[in-house]
Design a binder for this molecule. Structure first.
Ligand SMILES: Cc1cc2nc3c(=O)[nH]c(=O)nc-3n(C[C@H](O)[C@H](O)[C@H](O)COP(=O)(O)O)c2cc1C
Length: 318
């Protein structure tokens, strides 16, 4: 069956720099969601959001912008803004689990308020012609919350609903709830996308077998940990290319180079790289040791030497 692979957004990771580098060195992703725009009460788009979405920074990439809000005016403002940049679709985040977001009734904290969702969708569909898609969890407190939202979504020409099969309260702990995802498939007339814990070719195949009607798959953390993953899924192969470490080195050096230009000071740069390595290290032979060494590198010189030695020893092990 034909299928589409989408990069699930990770704030702080999948910005335009990451998207371009992933696409250049590894490919395999059909569509990238950009991390969400949050207005924080002011009708102003921050320059960092703007940079992330400018068409010239996303040449050759299929990108869908995302917003997080519980306010119709904000939704309409962001919709108009992304349309001006040439985008046809706006994805609405009802998935974010962090208390700072959910306590103010946004992200997965909005799922328990179907009427509010209805009001916003009503205005979005009567006052703009933007295509709306959703990204949701199953609920915040429990996985039944979404079942009261799906009939409301059925009233609108929503493009699709991507579901991360966890509840907000879980954050990222525990497993995905596949039975609850199946219930959503059974109770929605819309096209559903699956999201959650696709970290290997084997896991992808397991999900494909479990949900034969799903043909859109979103990969979040698994793409940072292993940027080869989407192309391996597409090739239906668990074999890495012979030049795996060379490719990964080029990818790393590209990101490192761009971030050293765009971030101010070595502390910021090293922190950014450390956060990336929290994921990168997972596909190295000894993740714990790799991350420990990166953490110990407190200067640019140390960091560069540490990375060179990690790549060298990984090459030697193959
Ligand atoms: C650090 C971090 C930042 C994230 N930022 C966003 C975001 O901006 N928008 C969004 O829809 N999801 C965001 N997510 C959720 C992921 O897109 C994805 O739904 C989730 O990690 C489950 O998929 P996975 O198991 O493939 O990672 C974020 C997740 C993490 C860990």
């Amino acid at each position: 069956m034909n299928y589409t692979l989408l990069s699930s957004p990770l704030q702080g990771f999948t910005d335009f720099r990451f998207r371009n580098a992933q696409n250049k060195y590894f490919g395999g992703i059909d569509t990238f969601y950009s991390p969400y725009i949050r207005l924080n009460g002011k009708m102003i788009i921050k320059p960092s959001y703007e940079r992330d979405l400018l068409p010239e920074n996303n040449m050759g990439l299929e990108v869908i912008p995302q917003v997080i809000t519980n306010d119709a005016e904000e939704f309409l403002f962001v919709a108009k803004y992304v349309q001006q940049l040439g985008y046809k679709e706006l994805n609405w985040n009802l998935g974010c689990p962090y208390p700072m977001v959910t306590k103010s009734g946004m992200g997965s904290g909005l799922i328990a308020h179907p009427e509010r969702i209805n009001q916003i969708l009503d205005r979005a569909h009567s006052e703009t012609d933007i295509l709306v898609s959703m990204k949701m969890r199953l609920g915040y407190e429990n996985s039944e919350e979404i079942l009261d939202v799906l009939p409301i979504l059925d009233r609108y020409p929503i493009k699709n609903i991507a579901i991360h099969a966890r509840i907000g309260k879980q954050l990222y702990k525990g497993g995905v709830n596949l039975d609850a995802f199946q219930l959503c498939v059974d109770h929605s007339k819309h096209k559903l996308y699956y999201n959650g814990d696709i970290t290997s070719v084997a896991k992808f195949k397991e999900m494909q077998e479990r949900f034969p009607s799903i043909d859109h798959w979103m990969i979040g953390r698994g793409l940072i940990a292993d940027p080869f993953l989407p192309s391996m899924i597409k090739k239906d192969s668990t074999e890495y290319p012979d030049n795996k470490i060379e490719l990964f080195t080029a990818f790393h050096d590209t990101l490192y180079g761009i971030y050293s230009e765009s971030l101010s000071g070595s502390t910021h740069l090293l922190l950014k790289m450390y956060h990336l390595w929290e994921y990168f290290s997972l596909t190295f032979s000894d993740p714990h040791k790799v991350l420990k060494n990166i953490k110990k590198a407190k200067s640019i010189r140390n960091y560069e030497a540490t990375v060179a030695s990690i790549f060298k020893s990984e090459r030697f092990k193959r």
